[in-house]
Ligand binder design. Structure first.
Ligand code: NDP
Length: 249
């Protein structure tokens, strides 16, 4: 189903673990050269080694997406190394669940700066390259939490609802202008290290119990969705993929 991605260049944020790591591997397997961005350089180096030993091409670009100068450098280095930027996967994210009255304001800020503002700024920086090329594909990793709010998830919900709004506005802006596509991915529970960073013990326990109680998705399940969307012919824009474990309410 997926077209060959040979001669395309992809940039994946949050590539040091979970969904981003699997997505980078899937895109490389389909033929894309992949730039790997996140803060943990060692994990990115290990992933690059794996991709290269499987015959792929990878570039490590250590980046904190809350830093505008680092974003610019990440995009510039990717473009300089690969000569194009065809696929951007905005995947970096944190889920610091707390009830509003208990929330540490720094955690609210971190979620907004990574999940929402980071994604907006990376897109803003990469888009002119895609416009100049006359084609490109922006994939934004939102969540079921971008459609449905939950008690205890206010800050995270706010960022993911924001991602959904931003993505649809972007899609409408670029529609009809070259072949630029925008895809929103909305996963349900995926077994990754995301919940390990939840600061509130009770919230963390609940999230981990929920994960264990169901046959959760794997990062590869989401990577296949992303590979499917970006592998469509250029006249097909898969706008939105909502994907839950079969036993998630
Ligand atoms: P992980 O914790 O495994 O991955 C999160 C990634 O984001 C890591 O690579 C991390 O890298 C990166 N990241 C965090 N902060 C920053 C930062 N400041 N700058 C750059 N990169 C950063 O979790 P997932 O794979 O589950 O999460 C990936 C995305 O999927 C997130 O947007 C999440 O909200 C979304 N999602 C996850 C679901 C799930 O159930 N797991 C469900 C729905 C959506 P590093 O720490 O090295 O910087």
């Amino acid at each position: 189903i997926t077209e060959n991605l040979d001669d395309t260049a992809a940039l994946v944020t949050g590539a040091s673990s979970g969904i981003g790591e699997s997505t980078a591997e899937a895109l490389a397997e389909a033929g894309a050269s992949v730039a790997l961005a996140a803060r943990r350089e060692d994990e990115l180096e290990q992933l690059a080694d794996r991709i290269e030993s499987d015959g792929g091409e990878a570039l490590v670009v250590p980046t904190d997406v809350t830093d505008e100068a680092e974003i610019q450098e990440m995009v510039d280095r990717t473009y300089e190394e690969f000569g194009s930027l065809d696929i951007l996967v905005n995947n970096a994210g944190v889920m610091l669940l707390e009830r509003v009255e208990d929330a540490d304001i720094d955690n609210f800020r971190q979620m907004v700066e990574v999940n929402l503002l980071g994604l907006m700024n990376v897109t803003h920086t990469a888009l002119p390259i895609m416009q100049k090329q006359g084609e490109g594909h922006v994939v934004n990793v939102s969540s079921v939490a971008g459609r449905k709010a939950y008690a205890g998830s206010s800050g995270y919900n706010a960022t993911k609802f924001g991602v959904n709004g931003f993505s649809e506005a972007l899609r409408e802006e670029v529609t009809g202008e070259n072949d630029i596509r925008v895809t929103l991915i909305e996963p349900g529970f995926v077994d990754t290290e995301l919940a390990e960073h939840i600061p509130d013990d009770e919230q963390q326990e609940q999230a981990e119990e929920a994960l264990e109680a169901m046959d959760a998705l794997t990062p590869d399940d989401i990577a296949r969705s992303i590979a499917y969307a970006v592998g469509q012919p250029s006249h097909v824009d898969v706008n939105e993929i909502l994907i839950r474990p079969t036993d998630q309410e």
